[in-house]
Design a protein around this ligand. Structure first.
Ligand code: RRO
Length: 290
């Protein structure tokens, strides 16, 4: 068993937020999904205070070594999530981490308090890839914004707070340090890299949302560098993600200082990737940190 922020996990492989729909998977695979659940904790798709329809299609573009998504945060909103999804997610055989995003401290506070008072929830991940409408700054791009958000959220719940960093910065280390100083219990990285795709016939943006985020094998080397830099600096545990598709990739992230790894894009190709990578990781020789 692994202790992650006081939460007991069977192995170090979890899912990246928004990359595995556990409720749809249960409908597709039945209760066998619960017997062989691929992840040691489940991270929900990010929720917002109000329901959102998400971006118009098309929402995906495949590149030679990665996937660009422009999903646009479709979700039922806090009340819909608490009423409809949470009771079902609580039936999963692993601890639940709920991902939340707001555009102001008030919105984040509503989400952290609403989710934080539910005993089904083990931890909360703050997705900070969104602007604070007051300052106009992307919270995850600004150390001051990140510190201030964490200082405001920290007193609102006793649950562990993870902060999911964007890689779309010159250096994620000052943001990670500020989040940890503000009271974050863990840093997870990376979210997707900003990316575009053009329709071959017209040269116009392909994605309904305009631009999107790149994930998959193409981003793994970027993720490894950022994980190494952040994990060498902060003292809180780091959750590493970005293009991990086998046990060796996971071992490299752990060698770079990560406590847990998350699998995202690979689960679209192989829904059982989490279990496979956990098994492969257990057979990997330990790597030298740094
Ligand atoms: O919903 C999305 O389009 C989305 C989100 Br919230 C995110 O954090 N990262 C991403 O690649 N897509």
């Amino acid at each position: 068993m692994i202790d992650f922020c006081g939460i007991e996990l069977r192995h170090p492989v979890i899912n990246g937020s928004g990359t595995f729909d556990a409720l749809a998977a249960r409908r597709a695979f039945g209760d066998s999904l619960l017997d062989e659940f691929p992840f040691s904790a489940f991270v929900s798709k990010t929720i917002t205070p109000e329901p959102r329809a998400g971006n118009p299609p098309p929402r995906l573009w495949e590149t030679p070594s990665g996937l660009i998504n422009s999903i646009g945060l479709p979700n039922k909103g806090l009340d819909g999530f608490l009423a409809d999804d949470l009771p079902q997610l609580a039936e999963l055989p692993v601890p639940l981490i709920v991902s939340v995003m707001g555009t102001s401290h008030d919105q984040f506070a509503l989400l952290v308090e609403g989710v934080g008072r539910r005993e089904e929830v083990a931890a909360i991940e703050l997705n900070v890839s969104c602007p604070n409408v007051k300052s106009g700054l992307i919270v995850g791009e600004s150390p001051d914004e990140a510190r201030s958000l964490l200082e405001t959220m920290r007193p609102l719940t006793e649950k562990p707070l993870l902060v999911k960093l964007t890689p779309n910065v010159a250096d994620p280390v000052p943001v990670a340090e500020a989040a940890a100083e503000g009271g974050a219990d863990s840093i997870s990285l990376i979210n997707t890299l900003r990316a575009s795709a053009l329709a071959p016939e017209t040269g116009e943006p392909w994605l309904g949302g305009g631009t999107g985020g790149l994930s998959g094998p193409a981003v793994r080397a970027v993720a490894l560098a950022q994980v190494n830099a952040v994990a060498s600096t902060v003292s809180v545990p780091v959750v590493a993600m970005g293009g991990i598709s086998n046990g060796r990739h996971a071992a490299e992230m752990i060698g770079a200082g990560a406590s847990l790894v998350a699998v995202g894009t690979e689960s679209f190709r192989d829904p059982a990737a989490g279990s496979r990578i956990a098994e492969e990781l257990a057979r990997e020789p330990a790597r030298i940190s740094g």
